[in-house]
Write a protein that binds this ligand. Structure first.
Ligand SMILES: [Zn+2]
Length: 374
């Protein structure tokens, strides 16, 4: 509760929200203060009455690293223990290079980030990493990931823990996006939230009743492989007409190339106002179509899970309202009124950082678990 209350929280408020007595809270807080995990912070002047003492996480308690391994990009953030970003890098990346090459590239980029910050790896408390595929959480590996050829069953967490000698936690990118937006973004305080990551692939992270829902084998939320068109384009998973094959980043890029080709074949001369107008109209139509297809799948998700918020993130979501408006309209049209009227559909506040910040949340969690074990 201290971690996720921006600006700090008082002992009285903690006692009230946790149904504990003031003295029980004081005992726990004294312990956490002794360990250096919790700080008392100064509050601004109040008009009359006693100035409340607020509690916050001590940012200097440790350093945390969050790694977002996308299909085509890699982002790494370094934060303090209260999850403030101190340093950040982003590079193009290709997950199809396979585990050995990819993990060694990540090791190199992390070394670069740490040297920029004048830190070494032994000063890092924990590292969280997300990957674009279904995760077997206990094993820290991916299982049959459609857009990660060569990674099936590879022991990612063991590999990295042996390499870095630091606790590592591995998560799915959309789940980490949900966690990041819930902790520090658009979804603060929501207990039923879906985060839809629209990047090269399309996936959903589900936070239900305040907990990440992963399903029996980590496959919950694979919304990208819902069938939208029975005989549609071939998907990376082997089926036809999946959402990902119709509205994912690669599908949008393919349609854009086709539209440009078609434009070339028309009689519109090289660069005329007519040609530019035609290209713009075609581009808008491609994005609107992607929004409608996403909306159809999200309407089903809204009917199934009745969330209060759907957050749209991932690279493609940077198209903003051009993509969001057709999604909103389609969800309103196609989901049950009683579910549609309570759901807010918004873009990720953390933008491209959503997943890496979720990985930071998870890394702080395991770091605290280690603290309890001691
Ligand atoms: Zn598929």
């Amino acid at each position: 509760m201290i971690r996720f209350t921006p600006g700090g929280i008082s002992r009285a408020e903690l006692a009230r929200q946790m149904y504990l007595t003031r003295s029980a809270i004081s005992t726990i807080i004294d312990d956490l203060k002794r360990q250096g995990l919790v700080d008392e912070i100064e509050t601004g002047p109040t008009t009359g009455g006693r100035r409340p003492i607020l509690l916050a996480i001590n940012p200097r308690y440790g350093y945390i690293v969050g790694i977002d391994m996308g299909a085509t990009h890699l982002g790494i953030v370094l934060t303090d223990f209260s999850a403030h970003v101190l340093e950040e890098i982003e590079y193009p990346f290709s997950v199809t290079d396979g585990p050995q090459s990819c993990l060694s590239q990540i090791d190199g980029y992390l070394a670069e980030l740490l040297s920029k910050s004048k830190l070494n790896i032994s000063q890092i408390s924990a590292i969280g990493m997300d990957v674009p595929g279904p995760i077997v959480a206990e094993a820290g590996e991916v299982s049959s990931p459609p857009i990660m050829p060569g990674w099936d069953g590879y022991p990612i967490r063991t590999h990295l823990e042996e390499l870095w000698q630091v606790p590592v936690t591995i998560g799915n990118d959309a789940e980490m996006g949900a966690l990041g937006e819930w902790a520090y973004g658009a979804g603060r305080g929501e207990s039923n939230l879906a985060y839809i990551k629209v990047g090269t692939g399309v996936g959903a992270g589900l936070l239900l009743d305040g907990h990440i829902y992963r399903g029996t084998s980590g496959c919950a939320g694979e919304i990208g492989h819902i069938t939208i068109q029975e005989n549609g384009p071939l998907c990376t998973c082997g089926n036809h007409g999946c959402l990902e094959a119709m509205a994912g980043g690669q599908a949008i890029a393919r349609k854009a190339r086709e539209a440009i080709e078609a434009g070339r074949r028309t009689q519109l001369s090289a660069i005329s106002p007519d040609r530019i107008h035609a290209v713009n109209v075609a581009a808008q139509q491609i994005i609107t179509d992607a929004g409608v297809h996403l909306g159809i799948a999200i309407a089903s998700l809204v009917n199934l899970f009745n969330p209060s918020m759907v957050v749209i993130g991932g690279g493609v979501s940077q198209l903003g309202d051009l993509l969001l408006e057709p999604i909103r309209k389609t969800v309103m049209d196609r989901s049950l009124h009683s579910a549609a009227k309570v759901v807010r559909i918004t873009s990720a506040v953390l933008g491209r950082r959503a997943s890496s910040m979720g990985a930071v949340v998870q890394a702080i969690n395991i770091s605290l678990d280690h603290l309890i074990d001691v």
